[in-house]
Design a protein around this ligand. Structure first.
Ligand code: BTN
Length: 258
């Protein structure tokens, strides 16, 4: 059963009747909302089904990392998208813009984006996004997009506190989890519609919120370069001594300014 404080927010007119794109499924505890949403998508669930958990016991991040998910300390959700094939590469950037917009609308805090889809305050990570494709290229293709937002400092282990932050830690006050949830969902709906109609706007919004995408020193595979923006397909451009590299995935070490 959806907790009453969340349900009150989901009675928002944007989530009722024909206006509602989302079908929110609440779980008190689950290993990972990614797996629950993937199973639903494989069984034919429509775009807009959202799985939200109070706690994850095996939350995961990109590149096999663990995503710490203690009860009530973060917002942990996965939603099903069924985008047209040609917008797939921009989907995670659209999700990043949406999560940022939802955080701005619900809290007034303005995080930055870092390629491909981290949300940072200064150099510290506030939220992350994970996209996992299912049956890509087939008629049934779907993408499960997972969003983890640190609400409280308790959402991450103390040993990463130099690299992580939370909404409540930044704002110095309690944050309404239900309000963050509905504003993030409303922004996701908006950005996914934008992605189908005008993908160029997604790129423009993403670039405007990602200062580190230009002029930041990065290292990868033993090489170094300086970021030179994101191209129209969503790839990161990195200028090395002799050329511009196009990076579409992989682990980068970022030397962020203050
Ligand atoms: C990252 O930055 O590495 C991505 C983190 C994604 C975490 C979210 S929490 C909800 C969903 N369920 C998971 O197991 N992971 C994603």
């Amino acid at each position: 059963m959806i907790p009453s404080e969340l349900e009150a927010h989901l009675r928002d007119s944007r989530f009722i009747g024909a206006e509602s794109h989302f079908d929110v499924r609440w779980l008190a505890s689950t290993p990972s909302t990614m797996d629950v949403a993937a199973k639903l998508a494989t069984d034919g669930a429509r775009a807009g089904v959202v799985v939200v958990a109070d706690e994850q016991t095996a939350g995961r991040g990109r590149r096999g990392n663990n995503w710490s998910s203690p009860p009530g300390a973060g917002l942990y959700l996965s939603f099903i998208a069924r985008p047209k094939v040609d917008v797939l590469p921009l989907l995670t950037l659209a999700a990043g813009v949406a999560v940022r917009d939802g955080i701005v609308a619900s809290t007034g805090l303005w995080p930055n984006l870092k390629w491909p889809n981290d949300l940072l305050v200064g150099r510290r990570k506030l939220a992350g996004i994970l996209a996992e494709g299912l049956a890509i290229g087939s008629a049934d293709q779907a993408v499960v997009i997972g969003v983890g937002i640190n609400l409280q400092p308790a959402s991450y282990p103390p040993d990463v506190s130099a690299r992580a932050t939370s909404l409540e830690g930044e704002l110095g006050r309690a944050v309404d989890r239900g309000l963050v949830l509905v504003e993030v969902l409303a922004a996701i709906r908006e950005q996914l519609a934008q992605l189908e109609q005008n993908p160029g706007d997604i790129l423009q919004a993403w670039r405007a919120s990602a200062p580190s995408a230009v002029g930041t020193r990065v290292e990868w595979d033993g090489r170094t370069g300086v970021t030179a923006g994101v191209d129209d397909s969503g790839a990161l451009l990195v200028k090395t001594a002799d050329r511009v590299e196009r990076i579409i995935s992989g682990e980068l070490t970022w030397h962020l300014g203050t």
